[in-house]
Design a protein around this ligand. Structure first.
Ligand code: GAR
Length: 199
């Protein structure tokens, strides 16, 4: 049976698209069952709709405070009974009330080689620092900003003449492949031998 994936995305949703494309392969062990965005204009919601996946906007501005938004979003995500929650270009920080509902089940993908360049402007920060190598990371989400344990990282060279947009587009190419691989590895059913050892 496919693992149930819930994806949170704020923008173009090309990382979400990579997961939606991957699940066309019957060997892929997961399926996106719900998509949430904090932005009504997120293209990610359109992509979800095209694939027949439920998509919903949960805007922070519609709630009294961050905690109320966290709780409402957590309730909606929980209704999909996710095995894994994937932050794929989700540009809001999730608070403890959300995180504690899905312990050990939330991952994030980030356009920087963490722990270098955390935060919302990783690509710009790498360029401004004069980095010759940057990349992408997939991490477990904890209460810090991009401080969770690293699951995978891929390097991307910074080329002469790169600007934020060209570099980010090249990073996203490796990021999509890496996210699909990490999700697949995390949710793939493990066989347990009679000795109790995972094979
Ligand atoms: C990705 O590069 C993702 O790592 C980044 O937003 C992009 C989303 O691309 N996320 C962050 O910066 C979170 N701090 P997409 O909308 O095309 O999937």
């Amino acid at each position: 049976m496919s693992a149930r994936l819930v994806v949170l995305a704020s923008g173009a949703g090309t990382l979400l698209q990579a997961l939606l494309d991957a699940q066309r392969d019957p060997g892929f062990p997961g399926a996106v069952v719900g998509v949430f965005s904090d932005r009504a204009d997120a293209q990610a919601l359109v992509r979800a709709g095209r694939h027949g996946v439920a998509g919903e906007v949960v805007r922070m501005a519609d709630f009294a405070d961050r905690g109320a938004w966290d709780r409402a979003l957590a309730d909606k995500v929980a209704a999909h009974r996710p095995d894994l929650v994937v932050l794929a270009g989700f540009m809001k920080i999730l608070g403890p009330e959300f995180l504690h509902r899905f312990p050990g089940r939330i991952i994030n993908t980030h356009p920087g080689l963490l722990p270098a360049y955390p935060g919302a402007h990783a690509v710009r920060d790498a360029l401004e620092a004069g980095a010759s190598i940057t990349g992408a990371s997939v991490i477990w989400v904890d209460e810090g900003v991009d401080t969770g344990a690293v699951l995978a990282r891929t390097e991307v060279p910074v080329l002469d003449g790169d600007d934020e947009s060209s570099l980010h587009e090249r990073i996203k190419i490796v990021e999509r492949e890496m996210l699909v691989r990490v999700v697949s590895e995390l949710v793939r059913p493990q066989r347990t031998s009679s000795s109790g050892i995972r094979t």
